[in-house]
Ligand binder design. Sequence first.
Ligand code: ATP
Ligand code: MG
Length: 417
Amino acid sequence: MNAQIISIGDEVVSGQCLDTNGAWIAAQLFAQGLRVTRHVTVGDDLGAIVGAVRDAMTDSHFIVVTGGLGPTPDDITRQAVADALGQPLEIHDAALTQVEDFFAKLQRTMPVSNRRQAMVPKTCEPVMNPRGTAPGLVCRRESTTLFVLPGVPAEMRTMFQGAVEPELAAFALDGAMTLTKSIHTFGMSEASMGEILSDLMAPGRPVSVGLTAADAVITVRLVTRAPIIGSAEAAIAKEACEIRRRLGAAVFGEGEDTLQHSVLELLTAKGITIATAESCTGGLIAKCLTDVPGSSTCFERGFITYSDQSKTDIFGVDASMIESHGAVSAEVAQAMAAGCRSAAGTDLGLAVTGIAGPTGGRAPDKPIGLVFVALADKSGEIVKKHLFGQHHPRSEIRIRACKSALNMGRLRLMGKI
Ligand code: ATP
Ligand code: MG
C-alpha cells in the first residue's frame, strides 16, 4: 500500500514557493499509517503533469495531488488528470453550483473563467471546497484512489481533513496506527538533551525518540506504531511523562504550543499583567504575545524604544548610564525593564536590548549577537546576558532574543529563576 504526493506549480519547481503542502500531507498520511514512498513536484506543464499522474497510478494505491485548480490558463491540473485517465472533462452540475454559491455569498458576479473550475473528468467526483472557489476531485479506481486538492494551503488542509482523512484507514499498513507526539523545549542544548535522553533514543525501542531543532526550540519527537490505538496512546504517554520528568522546566509545551502561549497561560492563571520594552527586537515580543487570542487580559502595552533618547524619554534611563555602559548593557536592560513596568503600571516588565547586526558590534566586548534580557517584578530586576554568535543573520538573532525574553518570563512565573 504505497502513497504518493504530487505538488504542482511553476512557483514550487522554481523554488519561489516552498512545498509545505507536500510536507503537511506526508505527515498526515504517515500519522495514519500509510507508507509514503515518493514526492513528485512538477511545473504547470500539461505533458509533465499527465506523465506524473500516470506514473503514480502504476505504483501507488493512494495519491494526493495539490495545486493548479484555479480559474487561470496556467491552472491545468483538471485537464491533466482527465488526460491521464483518458476521459473527457465535463461540467459537473453540483460543482458548478458550489462555485456559483461561493460568488453569490460574497455578492459578486462570477467571472466566466470560473466555470472551468466546475469541470470534472467523467468518472471523478468533485470534492467540495468550503474556503474557496476551486472544488477538488476524487477518482476511485479498483487499485488506486486519487485526490486532487487546491494549492492554497488553508483550502487544501480543510478539504484534506474533511474529505481525505476519513478514507485513510483503509490504506494503512497492516492496519497499525502510527501515533506521534512532540515535546518542545527551550534553553537546553541539543547535546545535553541527547545525553539526558540517550537510553530512550536507542534504536529498536517501541517508541522511537528523536530530536529536531528549529529557531532555537528543540523538540523531542516521539513516534510509535501499534495495532490498537489505545496501546499506542498508553506507550507514548508513558514515554512523554518520563521525558518531561528528565527535562524539567526546559519543557514549555507540546504540539502547537509556543513559548508565548505558555507565558500567557501562567500570567492568566496568576491574574497578573505584563508590558514589554524592546530595542533590537523592534516589537517582536509584543507581536508574539498578541498573536495569542485573549492576550488582552494580561498584555497591557509594548514600547519600542529603539533610540537612546527614547529610552531616556520614556523610561527615564539615565543618559549618563547609556553613555558609560552603552545602550547594549546589563544596566540599561535592567533600567528598561523597571521603567517599562512602572510606566505601564504592570506586575511584570520585560526588556531586551542587543546588537542584531550585521552592522555594529565592532567593539571587542560588544559583538554582534550580544543581547541582554531583563525582567522586573515586585521583588526587583533580573538580567541575563546572551551571546547568540556573530554568524547568525539579523533575523535569527532577533528571534532568539525574543524567545529568550519570553522564556525568562516563563521561568520567573514558574518560580524557577
Ligand atoms: P487558486 O484558485 O488560488 O489558483 P490553485 O489550486 O490553482 O488555487 P495554485 O495556483 O497552484 O492553487 O496555488 C495557489 C497558491 O498556493 C500559490 O501561489 C502558493 O502560494 C500556494 N501553494 C501552491 N502550491 C503549494 C505547495 N505545494 N505548498 C505550499 N503552498 C503552495
Ligand atoms: Mg492557481
